[in-house]
Design a protein around this ligand. Sequence first.
Ligand SMILES: C[S@@+](CC[C@H](N)C(=O)[O-])C[C@H]1O[C@@H](n2cnc3c(N)ncnc32)[C@H](O)[C@@H]1O
Length: 364
Amino acid sequence: MELALYHPQFGYYMRPLERSSERIGWNGDFYTSSDVHPILGQALAKQAGQIDALLGYPDAFTVVEMGPGKGLLAKHFLSAGQRDLNSFCQRLHYVLIERSPAMRELQRQNLAPWLNKPGLITWVEGLDSLALQSMTGLFFSNELVDAFPVHRIQVTAGRTEELYVDYQDGRFVECLKPLSTSTLAQHLRQLNLNWPEGYRTEMNLQALAWMEQVARRMDRGVVLTIDYGHAAQDLYGPDRKDGSLLCYFQQSTDEDPFTRVGEQDMTAHVDFSSLAAVGEEQGLHMTGFTNQMSFLMGLGVEEMMAELEPDSPEFRAAIHLLKPNGMGTTFKVLVQHRGIKCPDLDGLKFKPFFGSALAARSAA
Ligand SMILES: C[S@@+](CC[C@H](N)C(=O)[O-])C[C@H]1O[C@@H](n2cnc3c(N)ncnc32)[C@H](O)[C@@H]1O
């Protein structure tokens, strides 16, 4: 998965783009919330404005966005911030962390109107470029963590083994072997789950290391992670016995990771309980866990939509982000804080039913 997505020459995200509409977007392989409507970026700007106030309007407010894709969320955030939060924008530093040179180029194109403002937008190579405990502000990502490579595991003859990739007779095949790392074994012990024979799932160890690194960079502020995913008890429950690894190509999904290698996206749902638990260990406390629909409603999506013509394509697009059986609930929002007392954030005003389940688990 690491090579299929991020090989410097052939990886899905790393290959140069022939058309800017390729890969992410309505004419690409998949689309994200920011392709649908600017309302998520607008809501995030509103949430950042509230965090700025809770932090006492610091001299510099940093937003770090990791895995910005085409940079549309940043574009919507900055447009809304400029319109509604001018004083905040004067103190804003927007930092982008993007692994793919092709995506960085698209971000530059989409953010062109702001590039002549000194110090407003910068790109850094990775989290290592940010000093420990240096950040005051907001760290956010949308559909970053589900794009990290995962380990696949399967219960066979009562033991949990790992699925490796082999190459036989001119094609890639799966093969089962003992777990590749002691970290994986340790994580499985911590999760303490009991699966039936044949159960398959994924473990995203990179997400855990990532969360630790993010937590250590935050001094005062909030970390907001939006992604497909669940609390561990749901993700690793009996209903998901085949895991959640999915490939995206030209707006259709496929469960076979061995076709179109390097030409299709691959994702796996995020275990938000483990992210919350790793954060707690590093002093990044859980503020709340919600879904995209409740997050947007808490941030006044109804008011934002009142400005749109009912039943217009724009209105319908915004509704798409809220759908209870679609993007509104499959996308979850994990909010964590550090260096401030538990903030009362508008994005968490509506409490969805699964919130307490995650709170109980991460506190354990
Ligand atoms: C699904 S796209 C994100 C879409 C985008 N956030 C949006 O809202 O449209 C995932 C992005 O994360 C980037 N990415 C994956 N791993 C990364 C890493 N370790 N550091 C920085 N960027 C990464 C990929 O190159 C890709 O641009």
